[in-house]
Write a new protein. Sequence first.
Length: 164
Amino acid sequence: MNFSKKNHEHKSQNVIDVSKKVILSVAVVAVMGLTSCKNESKQASETTTTEITKEIAMADISFGVRGNCGMCKNTIEKAANGVEGVSNATWDVDKKKIEVSFEETKTDAMVIHNAIADSGYDTEKVAGNEEAYNGLPGCCQYDHDMEMNQSGEKKDDDHSNHDH
Ligand SMILES: [Cu+2]
């Protein structure tokens, strides 16, 4: 009788020990999970902030610019790149269109239009400077009736001007 009672006590103590261990390990896993979650969400929000700052600072625009050839391309791009805040300017000889990236805090679209017009080239908004145009090499003296921005982007606007 005495022996079997002892045995029983020992068994129930074992059960208690096991359940304590289980609770302990669950607690540790929970803390680790929280820590890694915190780190991840912190990193994610930092990345997002950087992207938003970049988007606010930089603007990409495109508009029509008349011109004929590779020499025109050099002159037009040089004029646009000469504007402070412009980081990239690429004129497309086939589409008669320029794409410009610039810092919004340093300049705006009209400054770029005017800089290109000063170099002798027509843009969608500003007519090219006549003196500069007359000073261009003969092959670069483009037709003032030339269609600009031939990408289809501005075609809807053109239609409203032409009554169809
Ligand atoms: Cu040219």
